[in-house]
Design a protein around this ligand. Structure first.
Ligand code: 2AM
Ligand code: CA
Length: 273
């Protein structure tokens, strides 16, 4: 059984408290699917409520830390080296459609670097957590990225651009490149869980662009602590700044990057990376 630090314990406490309300609201959203008004407003309220719970709990236990939250934006803290990055509901579209694949993601950024992360998928009670130097875990079990070595046995996750956001031809070129050489591509709709699944060795790799720091910070710690590699699509470490991410096991990070790079050269200009 893993020894959780005091830091991870306070993160888990806040996340589990917020998750209770989220799960209750998810039960209701399933009922609302048939109503005329639709559940969109209800979901946005649930999302904000969860964020308030997280904010209150995190401020209570670490009053000096700053926060950067998906809904509420930035609250600077007296301690300028520690900041929480909070996504109260990652996988919002799934939640809205009654699909039980969503999570809460909370990361601690220390001196500009992701330092600790908790990704909690409440419907399946999957608690992913990691702290720099201490390893990555699913509930009490230590995580390790997959050992697959060849692209043709690899299962990869991605995110598909929506509502005209991002460069569609560039994404289609990426998809064409990866689907031609891999065992499959998945699009489940939660960046934080995609990264947690890479850490758990379920996916062999994941790439997406156009993301925000709160979508990926916790997942970055998880993948690194599970022995995987994380960069932007063009190989830098500026994931939080650019919103571009390529995470994979240690064998397949370079081959996946090469496939995406070649796809851009052949297909479309790389505006996403
Ligand atoms: P969300 O559910 O918190 O919005 C899926 O491709 C990923 O993209 C999810 O992690 C999702 O986070 C994020 N996402 C969805 N809609 C988005 C939007 N309008 N802008 C930025 N990110 C979005
Ligand atoms: Ca998100």
């Amino acid at each position: 059984m893993a020894n959780r630090s005091a830091l991870i314990n306070v993160m888990v406490g806040a996340v589990q408290k917020a998750a209770k309300g989220l799960v209750r609201d998810f039960g209701e959203v399933e009922q609302l699917q048939v109503s005329k008004k639709g559940p969109a407003d209800f979901v946005s309220t649930a999302d904000k409520k969860a964020e308030r719970t997280l904010m209150k709990e995190l401020q209570r236990v670490r009053p000096k830390f700053g926060l950067l939250m998906e809904e509420g934006g930035e609250i600077p803290g007296a301690d300028t080296s520690n900041r929480w990055l909070v996504d109260p509901l990652d996988g919002t579209t799934n939640f809205l459609h009654g699909i039980p694949h969503f999570c809460i993601s909370v990361a601690l950024e220390r001196d500009g670097e992701p330092f600790a992360g908790v990704v909690y998928e409440p419907v399946g009670d999957q608690l992913f957590w990691a702290e720099k130097g201490a390893g990555a875990y699913l509930n009490g079990r230590r995580l390790r990225v997959s050992a697959r070595r060849h692209m043709d046995e690899g299962l990869f996750a991605t995110g598909i651009p929506f509502k005209g956001v991002r460069d569609h031809p560039a994404f289609l070129a990426e998809l064409e490149g990866v689907m031609a050489v891999s065992a499959g591509v998945r699009r489940f709709g939660s960046a934080a869980l995609d990264l947690a699944y890479v850490a758990a060795g379920r996916y062999d790799g994941y790439w997406e662009t156009g993301l925000s720091p709160w979508d990926i910070a916790a997942g970055i710690v998880l993948v690194r602590e599970a022995g995987g590699f994380v960069t932007t699509l063009d190989g830098t470490d500026k994931m939080l700044k650019t919103g571009s991410i390529l995470a994979a096991n240690d064998n397949l990070h370079t081959p996946l990057r090469k496939v995406l790079h070649d796809a851009h050269r052949k297909g479309a200009p790389n505006k996403g990376a």
